[in-house]
Design a protein around this ligand. Structure first.
Ligand SMILES: [Zn+2]
Length: 214
């Protein structure tokens, strides 16, 4: 875990002025992962326990990023009605985030003010905001996210959202692989925990990969 010191210089996150806070600037982007009704609303088909609790925490980060000239990007799971990603078609997940349905909409309380990167639109498996997989060939297909970040000369990303053990983890790890400095805010994520402890293991995995847990 991180040392509770007042000022850190770790993996490029060198301007955190108090414990548990990230400072934003024009080279820093907040990546809001999949805060959609099917994950964040108790009526959602793939509800992440206490998922709605991240919304006010993330809204505060969005305000902080905007105030300091940081960037904000959103990812959204966005599936066709039928995809090998779903149990109904031989996959592992209940039907969720079908494009243009209530479940795919962002949580109504989430402040949305920035580009949205949709993933899984053509039936791919899409966990990471950076990449998707063709479920038949397992070919990796990039999303536009890395290109958009580089276009804006962004070097650091802060990952928040749902769910810790799937899309948040995959986005943080892919961000490292793509060469960004990555932080993850532990009070702005929640986990599915298909197996108890998955969320905690995901945090340990990303930390081992060099992601800074804030
Ligand atoms: Zn999905």
């Amino acid at each position: 875990m991180l040392l509770a010191i007042g000022r850190w210089r770790l993996f490029g996150f060198d301007t955190m002025e108090r414990v548990g806070a990230v400072s934003y600037d024009s080279a820093t982007a907040l990546i809001v992962v999949d805060v959609q009704n099917d994950f964040a609303d108790p009526k959602g088909s793939l509800y992440v326990n206490s998922g709605e609790e991240v919304v006010p925490v993330i809204n505060a980060e969005i305000e902080a990023a905007k105030a300091d000239g940081g960037h904000i990007f959103y990812t959204a799971d966005w599936h066709p009605e039928s995809t090998p990603h779903f149990q109904t078609d031989g996959g592992i997940w209940p039907v969720h985030c079908v494009g243009d349905t209530w479940g795919a909409e962002f949580h109504p309380d989430l402040v949305v003010d920035g580009p949205v990167i949709r993933k899984g639109t053509n039936g791919e498996d899409g966990y990471s905001g950076f990449t998707m997989q063709n479920p038949e060939t397992m070919e990796t297909i990039p999303t536009r996210l890395a290109e958009l970040l580089r276009d804006r000369r962004i070097e650091r990303i802060v990952v928040v959202g749902l769910a810790t053990d799937y899309c948040v983890k995959a986005t943080a790890l892919d961000g490292k692989t793509a060469g960004f400095n990555v932080a993850l805010m532990t009070d702005a994520v929640r986990s599915v925990d298909l197996t108890p402890g998955d969320g905690q293991r995901a945090l340990a995995d990303v930390e081992a990969a060099g992601v800074v847990l804030v």
